[in-house]
Design a protein around this ligand. Structure first.
Ligand SMILES: Nc1nc2c(ncn2[C@@H]2O[C@H](COP(=O)(O)OP(=O)(O)OP(=O)(O)O)[C@@H](O)[C@H]2O)c(=O)[nH]1
Ligand SMILES: [Mg+2]
Length: 298
């Protein structure tokens, strides 16, 4: 039988579990996850290669109103990703129900998807009762352009194989786009900066992480068994810089300690991670800063 392949874009409101699902499908972390909305800022491919087929998931930023230029970029990334895909995987959060922003996304998708098949996954069913999930299903069944509805849990793995089987049905005859040992299209420097950003999302309070951008200034293999990774965390306010560094450098140390083992796994060497913190006021509205931090269309 011929080889099957295709691109599947994952789209949904912030925090519904898009990146968690993609990581589970791929079998390793390629996209960062946090309990904060708007964790993902770029389109990130997660490659699933199995016997006879390759499925390339495109994780996208959660769709919501944009408050700055970075937000506008994120929205554009999400909707531009609908082009040239074999299927759309729309995700909803069972524990939140269908909110105004989900309704708005349904309305937009109904116009934008055209003839692309849409599969809806109702995620986080581990947190709700059967009745809650059914209510969402009933709402989705009113949209004729949604081809399949699957209640899942990206966290526990419930119905993940079933979802993959459905998505496989939308692949078409085609090439293996990526080598079989490749799990993402993202360069290693972006993987490093994302891991550091993930730790800031987990460890810092309130609005601080939303104003953080991480840049990798250098990666150098020193000897055979140690890699130097130099990074800068940009934040928007002097007061935030103080919080990121922490008392006597304690917070920065925590961020580095949490990020280092995951970065070491990419390089398969020990990593010497050095992180600087700099203030760059209102960088989320600066075209230059967005470009420098990798928030430009590829
Ligand atoms: N209980 C439960 N939690 C989940 C499930 N899937 C994801 N989560 C949690 O939901 C939160 C958001 O997950 P993400 O994967 O970052 O969500 P996202 O849709 O990629 O979010 P953005 O990138 O901000 O749009 C994290 O705390 C996850 O651990 C699930 O099936 N069940
Ligand atoms: Mg995400």
């Amino acid at each position: 039988m011929s080889y099957l392949s295709g691109f599947i874009v994952i789209i949904g409101s912030p925090n519904v579990g898009k990146s968690t699902l993609m990581n589970r499908m791929v079998g390793q972390k390629v996209s960062i996850v946090s309990d904060r909305a708007q964790t993902t800022r770029n389109r990130i491919a997660g490659v699933v290669t199995r016997k006879g087929y390759q499925m390339i998931f495109l994780d996208t930023p959660g769709v919501t109103g944009a408050k700055n230029r970075l937000g506008e970029y994120m929205l554009k990334v999400a909707f531009d990703s609908l082009n040239d895909v074999e299927a759309v995987l729309l995700m909803l959060d069972a524990s939140k129900g269908i909110r105004d922003m989900d309704e708005a996304l349904l309305a937009t998708l109904s116009v934008k998807v055209g003839s692309i098949p849409v599969v809806a996954a109702i995620n986080k069913t581990d947190r709700v009762s059967f009745g809650d999930t059914e209510e969402i299903r009933e709402r989705l069944e009113r949209e004729s352009w949604i081809k399949n509805i699957v209640p899942i849990s990206a966290a526990t793995g419930r119905n993940i194989e079933k979802l993959e089987a459905i998505l496989k049905g939308y692949l078409t005859e085609g090439p293996m786009y990526y080598p079989e040992d490749m799990v993402t299209d993202r360069p290693i420097r972006m993987m490093c900066s994302e891991i550091i950003r993930e730790k800031t999302l987990t460890l810092l309070r309130d609005e601080i992480p939303h104003g953080i951008g991480v840049d990798i200034d250098g990666i150098k293999l020193r000897d055979d068994d140690i890699t130097d990774v130099l990074a800068t965390i940009y934040c928007e306010k002097e007061s935030h810089k103080g919080m990121i560094i922490g008392h006597g450098g304690a917070m920065l140390k925590k961020i580095g300690t949490a990020a280092r083992p995951e970065i070491e796994a990419f390089f398969d060497t020990k990593v010497n991670l050095q992180i600087w913190v700099k203030t760059r006021p209102d960088w989320r509205n600066s075209a230059n800063a967005l470009r420098e931090l990798g928030y430009t269309p590829d």
